[in-house]
Design a protein around this ligand. Structure first.
Ligand code: SF4
Length: 201
Protein backbone atom coordinates (compact mmCIF):
# COMPACT_ATOMS: atom_id res chain seq x y z
CA UNK A 1 0.00 0.00 0.00
CA UNK A 2 1.37 3.44 -0.91
CA UNK A 3 2.00 6.11 1.70
CA UNK A 4 -0.87 8.13 0.22
CA UNK A 5 -3.33 5.20 0.30
CA UNK A 6 -2.37 4.59 3.90
CA UNK A 7 -2.93 8.27 4.72
CA UNK A 8 -6.34 8.22 3.02
CA UNK A 9 -7.37 5.22 5.11
CA UNK A 10 -6.84 7.37 8.18
CA UNK A 11 -9.26 9.97 6.74
CA UNK A 12 -11.99 7.60 5.58
CA UNK A 13 -14.35 8.61 8.41
CA UNK A 14 -12.95 12.11 8.84
CA UNK A 15 -14.91 14.53 11.03
CA UNK A 16 -12.36 17.34 11.08
CA UNK A 17 -14.88 19.89 9.77
CA UNK A 18 -18.61 20.59 9.58
CA UNK A 19 -18.91 19.05 6.10
CA UNK A 20 -18.85 15.66 7.83
CA UNK A 21 -22.37 16.44 9.10
CA UNK A 22 -23.93 17.85 5.92
CA UNK A 23 -25.20 14.61 4.43
CA UNK A 24 -22.09 13.29 2.70
CA UNK A 25 -22.20 9.56 2.04
CA UNK A 26 -18.41 9.22 2.01
CA UNK A 27 -15.14 11.11 1.83
CA UNK A 28 -14.22 11.55 -1.86
CA UNK A 29 -10.49 11.31 -2.31
CA UNK A 30 -9.10 11.34 -5.84
CA UNK A 31 -9.08 9.90 -9.33
CA UNK A 32 -6.05 9.11 -11.46
CA UNK A 33 -2.52 7.81 -11.00
CA UNK A 34 -0.37 8.77 -8.04
CA UNK A 35 2.56 9.37 -10.40
CA UNK A 36 0.70 11.82 -12.65
CA UNK A 37 2.67 14.84 -13.83
CA UNK A 38 -0.31 17.15 -13.36
CA UNK A 39 -2.59 17.43 -10.37
CA UNK A 40 -5.98 19.02 -10.91
CA UNK A 41 -7.58 20.62 -7.86
CA UNK A 42 -11.25 21.59 -8.02
CA UNK A 43 -13.62 22.96 -5.40
CA UNK A 44 -15.67 20.19 -3.78
CA UNK A 45 -17.55 16.98 -4.64
CA UNK A 46 -21.17 17.33 -5.79
CA UNK A 47 -24.09 14.92 -5.54
CA UNK A 48 -22.94 12.62 -8.37
CA UNK A 49 -19.40 12.49 -6.99
CA UNK A 50 -20.78 11.70 -3.55
CA UNK A 51 -22.69 8.74 -4.98
CA UNK A 52 -19.96 7.46 -7.28
CA UNK A 53 -17.00 8.14 -5.00
CA UNK A 54 -15.02 9.77 -7.83
CA UNK A 55 -14.19 13.48 -8.13
CA UNK A 56 -15.37 15.18 -11.32
CA UNK A 57 -17.74 12.37 -12.28
CA UNK A 58 -20.81 14.64 -12.67
CA UNK A 59 -21.71 17.11 -15.44
CA UNK A 60 -18.72 19.40 -14.77
CA UNK A 61 -16.46 16.34 -14.88
CA UNK A 62 -17.89 15.25 -18.22
CA UNK A 63 -17.20 18.69 -19.62
CA UNK A 64 -13.70 18.62 -18.12
CA UNK A 65 -13.04 15.33 -19.94
CA UNK A 66 -14.07 16.97 -23.24
CA UNK A 67 -11.87 20.01 -22.65
CA UNK A 68 -8.89 17.85 -21.72
CA UNK A 69 -9.23 15.96 -25.00
CA UNK A 70 -9.60 19.23 -26.92
CA UNK A 71 -6.29 20.40 -25.41
CA UNK A 72 -4.55 17.14 -26.36
CA UNK A 73 -4.73 15.33 -23.03
CA UNK A 74 -6.70 12.40 -21.68
CA UNK A 75 -8.24 12.24 -18.23
CA UNK A 76 -6.02 9.37 -17.14
CA UNK A 77 -3.01 11.70 -17.49
CA UNK A 78 -4.15 13.54 -14.35
CA UNK A 79 -4.41 13.04 -10.64
CA UNK A 80 -7.73 14.75 -9.87
CA UNK A 81 -8.80 15.94 -6.44
CA UNK A 82 -10.66 18.76 -4.70
CA UNK A 83 -10.05 21.54 -2.19
CA UNK A 84 -12.37 19.79 0.25
CA UNK A 85 -13.14 16.09 0.12
CA UNK A 86 -16.78 15.98 1.28
CA UNK A 87 -19.96 17.17 -0.44
CA UNK A 88 -21.19 20.51 0.98
CA UNK A 89 -24.94 20.73 1.59
CA UNK A 90 -26.68 22.40 -1.39
CA UNK A 91 -23.30 22.81 -3.06
CA UNK A 92 -22.38 25.78 -0.86
CA UNK A 93 -18.91 27.26 -1.17
CA UNK A 94 -16.59 25.74 1.47
CA UNK A 95 -15.82 28.12 4.33
CA UNK A 96 -12.29 29.18 5.23
CA UNK A 97 -12.50 26.93 8.32
CA UNK A 98 -13.52 23.93 6.18
CA UNK A 99 -10.79 24.66 3.65
CA UNK A 100 -8.21 24.88 6.40
CA UNK A 101 -9.37 21.59 7.93
CA UNK A 102 -9.01 19.74 4.63
CA UNK A 103 -5.73 21.36 3.57
CA UNK A 104 -3.71 18.70 5.42
CA UNK A 105 -5.17 16.05 3.13
CA UNK A 106 -4.48 18.09 0.00
CA UNK A 107 -0.93 18.85 1.15
CA UNK A 108 -0.32 15.13 1.64
CA UNK A 109 -1.60 14.46 -1.88
CA UNK A 110 0.77 17.07 -3.31
CA UNK A 111 3.68 15.72 -1.26
CA UNK A 112 3.09 12.12 -2.41
CA UNK A 113 2.15 12.73 -6.07
CA UNK A 114 4.94 15.31 -6.54
CA UNK A 115 3.34 16.74 -9.69
CA UNK A 116 5.27 18.88 -12.12
CA UNK A 117 2.27 21.21 -12.43
CA UNK A 118 -0.81 21.93 -10.34
CA UNK A 119 -3.88 23.09 -12.27
CA UNK A 120 -6.37 24.96 -10.09
CA UNK A 121 -9.98 24.96 -11.28
CA UNK A 122 -11.82 27.98 -9.96
CA UNK A 123 -11.41 30.62 -7.27
CA UNK A 124 -11.78 28.26 -4.30
CA UNK A 125 -8.91 26.05 -5.48
CA UNK A 126 -6.75 29.15 -6.09
CA UNK A 127 -7.48 30.28 -2.55
CA UNK A 128 -6.92 26.86 -1.04
CA UNK A 129 -3.59 26.15 -2.71
CA UNK A 130 -1.99 29.52 -3.44
CA UNK A 131 -3.89 31.79 -1.04
CA UNK A 132 -5.09 33.91 -4.00
CA UNK A 133 -8.40 35.67 -3.40
CA UNK A 134 -8.43 37.88 -6.52
CA UNK A 135 -11.01 37.34 -9.24
CA UNK A 136 -10.44 34.57 -11.75
CA UNK A 137 -10.51 37.10 -14.57
CA UNK A 138 -7.34 38.73 -13.19
CA UNK A 139 -5.43 35.60 -12.17
CA UNK A 140 -6.29 32.89 -14.69
CA UNK A 141 -3.48 31.79 -16.93
CA UNK A 142 -0.78 33.28 -14.68
CA UNK A 143 1.92 31.06 -13.25
CA UNK A 144 2.21 30.88 -9.47
CA UNK A 145 4.01 28.42 -7.22
CA UNK A 146 3.11 26.20 -4.31
CA UNK A 147 5.91 24.53 -2.35
CA UNK A 148 8.15 24.82 -5.39
CA UNK A 149 5.58 23.35 -7.81
CA UNK A 150 4.38 25.59 -10.68
CA UNK A 151 0.64 26.23 -10.35
CA UNK A 152 -1.79 27.85 -12.74
CA UNK A 153 -5.45 28.67 -12.31
CA UNK A 154 -8.30 28.66 -14.75
CA UNK A 155 -12.09 28.73 -14.64
CA UNK A 156 -13.97 25.80 -13.15
CA UNK A 157 -15.90 23.89 -15.87
CA UNK A 158 -19.05 24.51 -13.80
CA UNK A 159 -18.76 28.19 -14.81
CA UNK A 160 -19.23 27.12 -18.45
CA UNK A 161 -22.32 25.09 -17.54
CA UNK A 162 -23.88 27.71 -15.27
CA UNK A 163 -23.72 30.42 -17.95
CA UNK A 164 -24.55 28.26 -20.95
CA UNK A 165 -28.23 29.28 -21.22
CA UNK A 166 -28.13 32.69 -19.54
CA UNK A 167 -25.11 34.10 -21.34
CA UNK A 168 -23.82 31.86 -24.15
CA UNK A 169 -21.05 34.32 -25.11
CA UNK A 170 -19.66 34.31 -21.58
CA UNK A 171 -19.96 30.54 -21.41
CA UNK A 172 -17.95 30.22 -24.62
CA UNK A 173 -15.35 32.63 -23.28
CA UNK A 174 -14.92 30.49 -20.13
CA UNK A 175 -14.65 27.36 -22.26
CA UNK A 176 -12.07 28.90 -24.59
CA UNK A 177 -10.00 30.17 -21.66
CA UNK A 178 -9.94 26.73 -20.02
CA UNK A 179 -8.73 25.09 -23.23
CA UNK A 180 -6.14 27.84 -23.71
CA UNK A 181 -4.88 27.41 -20.11
CA UNK A 182 -4.72 23.63 -20.56
CA UNK A 183 -2.54 24.19 -23.61
CA UNK A 184 -0.32 26.44 -21.46
CA UNK A 185 0.01 23.52 -19.02
CA UNK A 186 1.06 21.30 -21.89
CA UNK A 187 3.77 23.76 -22.95
CA UNK A 188 4.99 23.93 -19.35
CA UNK A 189 5.23 20.15 -19.12
CA UNK A 190 7.39 20.05 -22.20
CA UNK A 191 9.72 22.65 -20.66
CA UNK A 192 10.15 21.11 -17.19
CA UNK A 193 12.05 17.98 -16.25
CA UNK A 194 9.66 15.30 -14.94
CA UNK A 195 10.02 14.71 -11.20
CA UNK A 196 8.57 11.23 -11.51
CA UNK A 197 10.25 9.96 -14.66
CA UNK A 198 7.10 10.11 -16.83
CA UNK A 199 7.82 11.71 -20.19
CA UNK A 200 4.56 10.78 -21.89
CA UNK A 201 3.38 14.35 -22.60
S1 SF4 B 1 -14.07 18.06 4.03
FE1 SF4 B 1 -12.05 17.25 4.55
S2 SF4 B 1 -11.66 17.93 6.66
FE2 SF4 B 1 -13.87 18.15 6.29
S3 SF4 B 1 -14.76 16.23 7.01
FE3 SF4 B 1 -14.37 15.97 4.82
S4 SF4 B 1 -12.34 15.04 4.66
FE4 SF4 B 1 -12.57 15.87 6.74
Amino acid sequence: MSELSDFKLQWINCTRCALANEGRSKVIFSDGPEDARVMIVGESPGAVEDQQGIPFSGPAGKLLNELLIEAGFKRSDFYITNSVHCKPLNNHKPSVVELRACKTMLDKEIECVRPNVILLLGAVASLQVCGISSSMSSTRGLWMEYKGVPAISTYHPAAVLHTRDLDPAKSKMYRDHIVQDLKTVKEKLISVTPQNGDTSF
